[in-house]
Design a protein around this ligand. Sequence first.
Ligand SMILES: C[S@@+](CC[C@H](N)C(=O)[O-])C[C@H]1O[C@@H](n2cnc3c(N)ncnc32)[C@H](O)[C@@H]1O
Length: 323
Amino acid sequence: MPASNRRRAKSLSNGRPPLSQKTSTSLSSKATRTLIRTHHNLEKAHARALNTGDSSTAETLSAEIQERGGLRLYQRASTIGQSASRGGDSSKILVQWLEELLPSSPAPAPSAPSPLALQSSRNSAPALSLLDVGCLNPENHCARTKLFDHGRGVVRIDLRSAHPLIQQQDFMSRPLPSGDAERFDVLSLSLVLNYVPDPVGRGEMLQRTREFLRVPGDGGDVRGSDGKGGTGMAQKRARVLPCLFLVLPAPCVTNSRYLTEERLEEMMGELGFALVKRKLSAKLVYFLWRYDGSNTTREEKEVFPKKEIRPGRTRNNFCIVLR
Ligand SMILES: C[S@@+](CC[C@H](N)C(=O)[O-])C[C@H]1O[C@@H](n2cnc3c(N)ncnc32)[C@H](O)[C@@H]1O
């Protein structure tokens, strides 16, 4: 392997879509990558300092993060990475997959009052609800498909909202649903898990996604005219929904000491997720996981500690821990 390729394989920041040199923004491709990498590294060091009770270092790092533009500049760099000229945004893959897996057009429901009302329709597929966690652009591909209930069924959140249609909210503090009407058919976690600075926090984020996914077979599936759920559409939906769309920089699974795709699949299985779709591009890895709702508590279940499974000097340290 040429030296330049080896160098590229090491860096998780290279997991962003390619950045071109010519854009209307003032951030070059290199500057954008450096900014993203530095932000992630500072966040990780900050989390480590907090974990070890080193509040003075944590404060210094926090100040440095702010001095360097903080989340605002990081989001700007990520938005540049989403532009069509730089590889496009990952929601395109989510929409492609759902349209392929659930081919019949759902009834358009722009003025539908609530997911519950949609569920009462028979013989037509209700539009899907979506929780888009870590949303930078409310006009991404999800906004342009009839798959989703654009009335009240699409909720977008981010740690820092860059748009009135995005709620400013930490997913880890989002109040738990009080009932199924507050759960979703689809949860998108695109390039968010790798933002979490520590392995335990990543495991907790994955576990938490289950709280926000609709319980399978709760009536959100389409029923056949016999009322027994026997239609082809109902079966197709049951094979896919509810689901989690997960996107990571490719090196998180292709070049990590601690995580491979196989190990991720084992972990997800442990949480009740089965792989439906997967795509590896030069920069990113995309997964669609169906949640079976079977595993809401993990007491006495298998734990996944930090364990080196693929040693090597050129590997990265991306890791997810399930406790
Ligand atoms: C790299 S951007 C990804 C944006 C978009 N989803 C994409 O695929 O390009 C990561 C975003 O996730 C957000 N984020 C990270 N942790 C989050 C959390 N716990 N709750 C909500 N948003 C979060 C960050 O604020 C940031 O805007």
